[in-house]
Design a protein around this ligand. Structure first.
Ligand SMILES: NC(=O)c1ccc[n+]([C@@H]2O[C@H](COP(=O)([O-])OP(=O)(O)OC[C@H]3O[C@@H](n4cnc5c(N)ncnc54)[C@H](O)[C@@H]3O)[C@@H](O)[C@H]2O)c1
Length: 293
């Protein structure tokens, strides 16, 4: 889809990090937005930033609507909750007249050894990182197909969806599933001759709030932290600190939408690591994890 101006984007996990950067970039492109997250304050801030970006791009001083007459709407949404995502889709299609770009971006991080992870850990990770993507696909894609226009689904996967490294088990389980969902969706859409395209966004380190995911962990899924889990979080803090700016990820996403690119890697080293991983697997060996960047 080359032309974004005048189209509608839905972004989950829009209160922070990559979701916020996507919202700002889409607004600057002249898109209308439906922004969703569990964090109400962050959502309000992102909506204001998106409105400002739109106004700047259009040379307009107003701060409530995007330059091309688009709107910025927000909806508190827990993406792991099917009725909440159903309501989000109803509002987006009902109030914005359609959806052209869906970013299933909301996600959380939880590290630690495979055998120390609790049911609550997996329920949280799979709820947000997997069910969040699946609910987005189930609620939006049929209506986007029905709409019969060009469109694009962007799933925020991760480098953890490509390499299952040590002390990252639950994260890798959830992100491998998100990658599988993206790939299977792309095949299904192609097989039915749809105009919709798919991108699996696989960033390495990006300077966001992801290593502080516990801030949005539901109380009923909270468990005592373990040493391995905390050391994984410390490791991620460093990766994130050295990471790229979220705006770069938003730029790469817009390029992928325009160029109809499926896999987006934000760090060059991962391409070589992926090829080495395939060779190792075919040789019957456990692939070496990459130098996470
Ligand atoms: N930052 C990185 O280094 C990195 C690397 C690889 C992949 N990713 C992925 O990018 C995506 C965006 O993360 P980020 O890095 O911007 O982190 P972030 O923590 O800054 O943003 C994530 C957003 O998701 C929201 N969220 C969490 N649970 C939610 C739920 N149940 N429903 C709705 N919203 C929820 C949070 O409130 C937050 O606003 C995630 O899917 C993450 O796994 C990030």
């Amino acid at each position: 889809m080359r032309e974004l101006s005048g189209k509608v984007a839905v972004v989950t996990g829009a209160s922070s990090g990559i979701g916020r950067a996507l919202a700002v970039r889409f607004a600057a492109e002249g898109m209308s937005l439906m922004l969703a997250d569990v964090d109400a304050r962050g959502l309000t801030e992102t909506a204001a930033m998106a409105s400002e970006a739109a106004a700047m791009a259009s040379g307009d001083s107003g701060a409530v609507s995007t330059g091309s007459g688009g709107k910025v709407l927000t909806q508190i949404t827990d993406v792991s909750d099917a009725p909440a995502v159903h309501h989000l889709a109803n509002r987006a299609f009902g109030e914005l007249g359609g959806v052209h770009v869906l970013c299933n971006n909301a996600g959380v991080f939880q590290g630690g050894r495979m055998w120390t992870r609790t049911e609550e850990d997996f329920a949280w990770l799979l709820g947000v990182n997997v069910w969040g993507v699946l609910h987005g696909i189930r609620e939006f894609v049929p209506r986007m197909i029905e709409q019969d226009t060009e469109g694009h689904i962007v799933n925020s996967v991760s480098v953890a969806g490509l390499f299952a490294g040590p002390n990252l088990g639950g994260q890798a389980v959830s992100k491998y599933a998100a990658l599988a969902a993206s790939q299977a969706l792309a095949h299904d859409l192609r097989q039915v001759g749809s105009k919709l395209r798919v991108t699996a966004l696989c960033p390495g380190g990006v300077r966001t709030g992801i290593s502080r995911s516990e801030r949005v962990r539901p109380a009923d899924l909270a468990v005592a932290r373990t040493r391995d889990d905390l050391s994984s979080q410390e490791w991620l803090d460093e990766v994130v600190d050295k990471g790229v700016d979220p705006a770069e990820v938003a730029d790469a996403t817009v390029d992928a939408i325009r160029d109809e690119r499926f896999l987006v890697l934000t760090h060059e080293g991962y391409e070589r690591s992926l090829r080495e991983q395939i060779s190792a697997l075919l040789d019957g060996e456990i692939p070496e994890p990459p130098d996470y960047e």
